[in-house]
Design a binder for this molecule. Structure first.
Ligand code: UDP
Ligand code: MG
Length: 196
């Protein structure tokens, strides 16, 4: 088992975050929490690279589509009217097709973050997928306000500044997809002996 303080996760500042000048702000929040940036680069990704970044199995389509449907149902908006279906797998596939448009609109900043339960800790700092639901104090909750009921009806994805791996399987795949082993660095941060 990996020691909890050595868990790794993958984060991307999406094109809206880069174009809004929020790269520094995003990095600062992870650094101040005591998480360590161990790889970092700017890339203008291709659509193919983005399509391989996100999973292509029904389980993932279902998880994305179900959340979309639940959100629309909660707002009493007819999901069928906007997606042409209420099949959650089909909805997930449509969302994925728009992700390539969003993430190739400009350069992104990719990074690997290491630290105490990094996957779940980073997700907490990032906040809810839908900025309108994200709590103040989180990155998405402090800097964005987009919502599926505006975005998905315009046939685009929700703009939410950052991507962060959702679980161990995603983090292993994403780190390998974006970085070669030589680009990932091992070093000690000064606070390590004091913080834990
Ligand atoms: N997304 C969207 N509408 C949805 C669900 C997702 O536009 O109903 C977009 C959004 O940009 C999100 C990305 O698809 O960040 C991937 O979805 P996921 O459920 O993995 O959310 P995340 O892990 O990014 O919070
Ligand atoms: Mg995700």
């Amino acid at each position: 088992m990996t020691h909890p303080k050595e868990e790794r996760t993958f984060v991307l500042v999406k094109p809206d975050g880069v174009m809004r000048g929020l790269v520094g702000e995003v990095l600062t929040r992870f650094e101040k929490r005591g998480l360590k940036i161990i790889a970092l680069k700017m890339v203008w990704p291709t659509a193919e690279h983005i399509n391989k970044h996100y999973p292509s199995h029904d389980e993932w389509f279902k998880s994305v589509g179900s959340r979309t449907k639940e959100f629309f149902d909660g707002k009493k908006i007819n999901v069928n009217e906007h997606f042409g279906t209420d099949d959650v797998v089909e909805i997930g596939k449509q969302v994925k097709s728009w992700l390539a448009d969003y993430l190739t609109a400009g350069p992104v900043v990719a990074m690997v973050i290491e630290g105490m339960h990094a996957i779940s800790t980073v997700r907490k700092i990032v906040g809810h997928t839908y900025p309108i639901e994200a709590l103040p104090g989180t990155i998405r909750g402090d800097y964005s306000v987009d919502t599926p009921s505006a975005a998905n009806v315009e046939k685009r994805v929700v703009k939410n500044i950052v991507h962060a791996s959702g679980n161990q399987e995603e983090s292993s795949h994403e780190i390998e997809h974006w970085f070669s082993p030589e680009e990932i660095h091992d070093y000690k941060r000064a606070e390590e002996d004091i913080m834990f």
